[in-house]
Design a protein around this ligand. Structure first.
Ligand code: FAD
Length: 294
């Protein structure tokens, strides 16, 4: 299917020009980044197509820098770059894992981290990984800049707090404490499928083999794009990390996390997956925390 005729197409080359266009056109325009979600939606005529603001020439948005020890990941960073970057791989492995797990190579070469978070599908790979890493988003609009934690930004499936006159400039990751490891694991029906289950864990080792801190976020549960497993976090935090703890979590995780049935899987099958993947992801994050990065 062809999209409806697009009346106006803008290609700003500076951030100031892009922000001006977004402020002027508001909800009448769509921001076009990698186009991997927006273009299929336009072709299906699922979203109106009055005006497009193509930000691909705004090179200021394609930067990866360190700020206050953390990372500033510009809104135009492609998933291929994220998956391959050694600094991200060392300090934010969950995000590198999620970027590598999303779609196929052609999709990853175009798609951006931020585009995936803004599209906010309940099976999206990026948002749970970013939530486990306690990421924030930097937004800019006519009122200036503001930072929003990712769990406040994504309020539901295909729903965020992004204002009509705002755009996202970057994803921000805090500096990881020493002895922190993270990962993202995905289960799909077939290779390169949407997530039937996605799980991200970020864990910090404490003294005497204990888990000092842990954040667990799940996606693909047929509900909210980000589901924090706070009860499991509480059960793991402060505990000696060993095989007995992981064994205990197998049953416990599958009975405490709420999930639903959709066209990808039944709730009963997802509960089984949760029992397998929660201990598996915790173990991998624990192994990675033995190295000093994240
Ligand atoms: C074949 C295929 C397979 C896929 N497989 C997966 C998968 O396995 N897992 C998965 O999670 N996703 C998958 N996707 C979905 C897609 O890859 C992601 O949603 C993608 O990352 C979106 O990023 P983008 O840069 O292409 O965004 P776009 O499509 O350009 O934009 C998406 C939305 O974000 C908005 N937006 C983009 N940038 C900004 C910004 N800076 N500020 C404000 N708003 C912005 C746009 O206006 C639009 O509403 C797949 C897509 C395809 C086509």
């Amino acid at each position: 299917m062809y999209p409806e005729p697009i009346e106006q197409y803008f290609q700003p080359t500076t951030l100031a020009a892009a922000l001006q266009l977004v402020a002027t056109h508001g909800s009448a325009a769509h921001i076009l980044a990698g186009g991997q979600s927006l273009v299929p939606a336009l072709k299906a005529r699922a979203v109106p197509a009055r005006a497009l603001i193509d930000i691909n020439r705004v090179t200021e948005l394609a930067t990866l820098t360190t700020r206050a020890g953390g990372l500033w990941l510009g809104a135009l960073l492609r998933l291929t770059a994220v998956a391959r970057d050694p600094l991200i791989g060392r300090t934010a492995s969950a995000l590198a894992d999620a970027a590598a797990a999303l779609g196929d190579r052609q999709v990853r070469n175009r798609a951006t981290l931020v585009g995936s978070i803004v599209w906010a599908m309940h099976w999206g790979d990026i948002a749970p990984a970013a939530a486990a890493l306690d990421a924030r988003l930097c937004l800019a609009g006519p009122a200036g800049r503001r930072e929003v934690g990712i769990e406040s930004f994504v309020v539901g499936p295909q729903l965020t707090v992004l204002g009509a006159q705002e755009m996202v400039l970057a994803l921000l990751l805090p500096a990881p404490p020493p002895h922190t490891g993270s990962c993202y694991l995905k289960h799909g029906r077939v290779v390169q499928d949407r997530a039937t289950l996605g799980i991200a864990v970020c864990l910090t080792r404490g003294p005497e083999g204990r888990c000092a801190e842990v954040r667990i976020a799940l996606g693909g549960l047929a509900q909210h794009p980000i589901c924090r497993a706070t009860q499991i976090e509480e059960r793991v935090r402060g505990q000696i990390f060993n095989a007995a703890l992981l064994e205990d979590l197998k049953h416990w995780a599958s009975t405490t996390i709420t999930t639903h049935t959709d066209e990808l899987a039944s709730a009963a099958y997802r509960r089984q997956l949760i029992g397998v993947y929660v201990p598996r992801a915790l173990e991998l994050a624990w192994q990675r925390s033995a190295e000093s990065g994240r």
